[in-house]
Ligand binder design. Structure first.
Ligand code: CP3
Length: 358
């Protein structure tokens, strides 16, 4: 049962007594216990075992004291149900056996069958719904980001084939966006029906597009996804990934509650570009975690000071945690975010505490 709903309150721009915090990629290789499990099983093998996937989801919640859990899975997992053969290769990322190159390849994609092919994901969510005291965020990869893997066949620096298809065969491109959009909508609705309390759409690489290209080639499907999910009471988060600051003014009408920001923009500037319509989440540069604790705290404080100027702020990183991050520093950062934000948002609680101690 959920006993800590600060994350959900902040998503809805409701007041909180201290800031909620979670970290993108909070389950991962920075944790020695996770690395031990990975010696035995691959990411996909963990996901196929609901009890284990639930345990891996819970580990960072227990260790770091964060205010939300994120389902242990990968953005690529649902594409298996469309008939795509892929692997997650350690230290590389998603690798596709037969990258999508033709109209025929796109026409061959099957509609997602969540209950048939991905029941292990729903089982994992059901277990977590019973065990968690903080809300569970489930997620999907957004159509552009997924398409970039399907078309390039592996992680890419400049998305050359993806953009080539987009510019040279726009009708085919939109058909692919629509199929991936349908996948996301069906997948996330099933997650919520199984107990997810919020959903995040990861569009990690869409910042590679100019605002005009984003509007023309990608925004229609993003709008449709959030419109079709808008009847759900659970908060919806759009993370337009890295270097997406220039795209923010183009998404102010999105039917989402929260927008994730990367670190190239301050929280206040992000809110301004979003016309103050959303709660915001972010945006410490994950690599700041390589710094001494005093520097990490100084940067986190500056971000929180802006975040707390208005209701609707969730502390997070501007992108995912990297394997070299330190569990100890993350623990200390989480405590610091809680303590510092509580001293600002709920100063009387601190006085009461210190009175009790005195
Ligand atoms: O955040 C979490 O803790 C939940 C789990 C999660 C994973 N992937 C597990 C994973 C989430 C939310 C994702 C999302 C994801 N996957 C994204 C969007 C977020 C982002 O970082 O922009 C993207 C682009 C992917 C695709 C992907 N999967 C990449 C680029 C990689 C990195 C390859 C590597 O080895 O560094 C993966 C692998 C992956 N997915 C790992 C984890 C924990 C690391 C490898 C592993 O532990 O097996």
């Amino acid at each position: 049962m959920i006993t800590n709903d600060r994350f959900l309150k902040a998503c809805r721009k409701q007041p909180v007594d201290r800031l909620p915090v979670w970290y993108m990629r909070q389950a991962g290789r920075y944790d020695p216990e996770y690395r031990k499990i990975k010696e035995k099983y691959s990411l996909l093998e963990i996901c196929l075992q609901p009890e284990l996937a639930a345990e891996v989801t819970l580990m960072p919640v227990r260790k770091l004291g964060v205010d939300a859990a994120i389902l242990y899975s990968d953005i690529m997992n649902p594409v298996a149900s469309l008939g795509i053969d892929f692997d997650i290769v350690p230290n590389v990322g998603p690798v596709i056996a037969n990258p999508i190159r033709s109209t025929q390849d796109i026409d061959n994609l099957r509609p997602i069958d969540v209950e048939g092919d991905l029941s292990h994901v729903l089982k994992t969510i059901e277990i977590l719904d019973r065990e968690l005291e903080v809300p569970l965020i489930s997620f999907a990869g957004a159509p552009f980001t997924i398409a970039s893997y399907l078309i390039e066949g592996r992680p890419s620096k400049n998305y050359i084939r993806t953009k080539e298809l987009m510019y040279s065969e726009p009708e085919v491109w939109h058909r692919l966006m629509d199929k991936l959009g349908d996948m996301v909508i069906t997948y996330l609705k099933a997650h919520v029906a199984s107990g997810a309390k919020a959903v995040q759409l990861f569009d990690s690489w869409v910042g590679a597009l100019s605002p005009n290209d984003f509007k023309q080639y990608v925004r229609p499907v993003i709008e449709r996804i959030f419109k079709e999910l808008s009847h759900l009471a659970e908060p919806k988060i759009y993370f337009p990934g890295v270097s997406s600051g220039e795209l923010l003014p183009t998404i102010i009408d999105l039917q989402a509650e929260v927008i994730g920001l990367d670190w190239r923009l301050s929280i206040s500037e992000g809110r301004r570009r979003l016309d103050n319509r959303f709660a915001v989440q972010g945006n410490l540069d994950p690599l700041v975690l390589t710094a001494p604790m005093s520097v990490i705290k100084e940067q986190a404080k500056a971000i929180m000071d802006e975040g707390m100027l208005k209701p609707g702020y969730i502390f997070n990183l501007g992108h995912g945690l990297f394997p070299e991050a330190s569990l100890e520093k993350l623990k200390e950062l989480t405590e610091y975010v809680h303590d510092y934000s509580s001293s600002v948002l709920n100063p009387s609680a601190k006085e009461v505490n210190s009175n009790v101690q005195a």
